[in-house]
Design a protein around this ligand. Structure first.
Ligand code: FAD
Ligand code: SF4
Length: 478
């Protein structure tokens, strides 16, 4: 008889909304073994086809079944440098779990029945962290030490490149605009989903391998690519991410207490505003908070807002407004589930039309229109169509806009020879992710694509292979 799926334990909703501690516990050994033993070890493992980096899932699960956790970790590491991170944040329900043979094929996302591959990946990654297995990875091949590579941006793409190059014995310096490394993993994804210690562990490991981090340094402002070339860097990787928030473009968006999700999350996650005044960054909160959007950013912002309310002793409510229905929400299913358990309200098929202030110019309500679903658009999702004469309003003291992010042009606009498309994304010229500038490679959100951590890391691996090849060819950069 088929065994029941094993879900790891979680902190209860009423307890976890009072702090920023991690929500999902890792599998115990017994739970991991039970879940691994549910895997059918298929002859043709469909799960692998769903993994964006092609991890041999069947094999790493087999290692877990055999209690060879070290083997499981190193199997994953062949394709993914950061299993503890991906095991926590990968949208597996749209990827490997969706294609797992135990899932009903053709469903929009994985059901409970498919193997919990991500939780098993996290188990192997956390085992490696606890037992410091990374230090056993063969490092630094001799012969490449004369080269120096500059990585701009310390998000998953940049970290992945740095790890790969360090292992090749290539001196790598990561330049980061912010005062802490990690990109969205640090400033966007809240610690209750990805604790800072997990990221610190991976970054410290890179440092031990010889990677240098230069923080508070904006390439394109503090220094240019030309300056770095003069300093002796022989190749470059641009992992700049997509850090510029989009806005609705409606009346009232400039009112006080209207945040972009990026600013709101950065204040809380990166600058520890939830511990104000111990930390110096303030953040506003209100009894009635409305978040606009349907992706991970919207759900994260809503859950952070709820925790801030509770920490400040406010009872209030947090609502998410989304133009489509729950089915079309791009956010991870687990986060949607957690948000519901925590009491976040979802208002579907609703589009904001105007943000309205009271007589003291304080945000008071959002005027909205109701929508219905029309024909599918270019993303394949059904387009929201506004219903005439459907206006209504929602009371709201703080609004967070989480409708998407675009390319930051600080660096690209300082290098006219670096080709970009109309969205400001860097144009890629070959399979190794080289840009229009010789010896300058790019990957992650700054080149467009799925916008996931695993995809950014995978591009980092590809670009690192391209950089190594470029350096060996003896070519000089731009
Ligand atoms: P980023 O992570 O954006 O990192 C880019 C870094 O470059 C930043 O630190 C930035 O400061 C730095 N930088 C930019 N310009 C310069 C410059 N000129 N000089 C120096 N440094 C510079 N994906 C998932 O798979 N699962 C999730 O659960 C998930 N949740 C998310 C939640 C939020 C709130 C957000 C915003 C995104 C989420 N994503 C998630 C998407 C995912 O985080 C991104 O796709 C991924 O981080 C992209 O990685 P990156 O390395 O390209 O860029
Ligand atoms: Fe195991 Fe599912 Fe992969 Fe088959 S498809 S090997 S059951 S994880």
């Amino acid at each position: 008889m088929m065994q029941e799926p094993v879900r790891p334990l979680e902190r209860g909703a009423s307890e976890r909304i009072k702090d920023f501690e991690e929500v999902v516990f890792k599998y115990s050994e017994e739970e991991a073994l039970r879940e691994a033993n549910r895997c059918l070890q298929c002859k043709d493992p469909l799960c692998i086809k769903g993994c964006p980096v092609g991890i041999d899932i069947k094999k790493f699960i087999r290692h877990i079944r055999e209690k060879d956790y070290r083997g499981a970790y190193f199997e994953i590491r062949k394709k993914n440098n950061f299993p503890s991170i991906c095991g926590r944040v990968c949208p597996a329900e749209y990827q490997c779990r969706k294609t797992c043979v135990l899932n009903s094929q053709g469903a929009p996302f994985a059901s409970e029945k498919s193997i919990n591959i991500h939780f098993l990946e996290r188990f192997a990654g956390d085992y490696a962290m606890l037992n410091n297995l990374s230090s056993g990875i063969p490092e630094t091949r001799p012969g490449s030490k004369s080269f120096k590579v500059a990585v701009v941006g310390s998000g998953p793409a940049g970290l992945s490149v740095a790890g790969e190059l360090a292992r090749e014995g290539i001196k790598t310096v990561v330049f980061e605009a912010l005062h802490k490394a990690g990109g969205v993993l640090r400033y966007g994804i809240p610690p209750f989903r990805l604790p800072g210690e997990v990221l610190d562990y991976e970054i410290n490991y890179l440092k031990q391998m010889g990677v240098e981090f230069v923080l508070n340094c904006i390439i394109g402002k503090t220094k240019s690519l030309q300056d770095l070339k003069k300093e002796g860097f022989s190749a470059f990787f641009l992992g700049l991410g997509a850090g510029v928030p989009s806005f609705l473009g409606i009346k009232g968006e400039n009112l006080p207490n209207v945040y972009s999700a990026n600013e709101f999350l950065t204040r809380v996650n990166l600058m520890s505003a939830y511990r104000f005044p111990e930390y110096h960054t303030p953040v506003n909160i209100a009894e009635k908070v409305v978040v606009v959007g349907g992706g991970n950013t919207a759900v994260d912002a809503a859950r952070v807002a709820l925790r801030l309310q509770r920490l400040r002793g406010l009872k209030g409510r947090v609502s998410i407004l989304y133009r489509r229905t729950e089915k079309e929400m791009p956010a991870r299913r687990l986060e949607i589930e957690h948000a519901k358990e925590e009491g976040i309200e979802f208002k579907f098929l609703v589009q904001p039309e105007e943000l309205l202030a009271d007589s003291g110019n304080r945000l008071e309500k959002i005027k909205c229109l109701r929508c219905r679903l029309g024909e599918p658009d270019s993303s394949g999702r059904r387009r929201p169509v506004v219903i005439e004469n459907s206006a209504f309003s929602i009371e709201c003291g703080l609004a967070i806009i989480a409708i998407g992010l675009g390319a930051n042009r600080v660096l690209t606009s300082s290098e006219p020879a670096l080709e970009t498309n109309r969205r400001g994304e860097i144009t890629i010229k070959d399979n190794f992710l080289q840009s229009s500038l010789r010896g300058v490679f790019a990957g992650g959100d700054i080149v467009g694509g799925e916008g996931t951590v695993i995809e950014a890391m995978s591009m980092g691996k590809t670009a690192a292979a391209g950089i190594t090849r470029f350096l060996k060819s003896g070519s000089l950069p731009f």
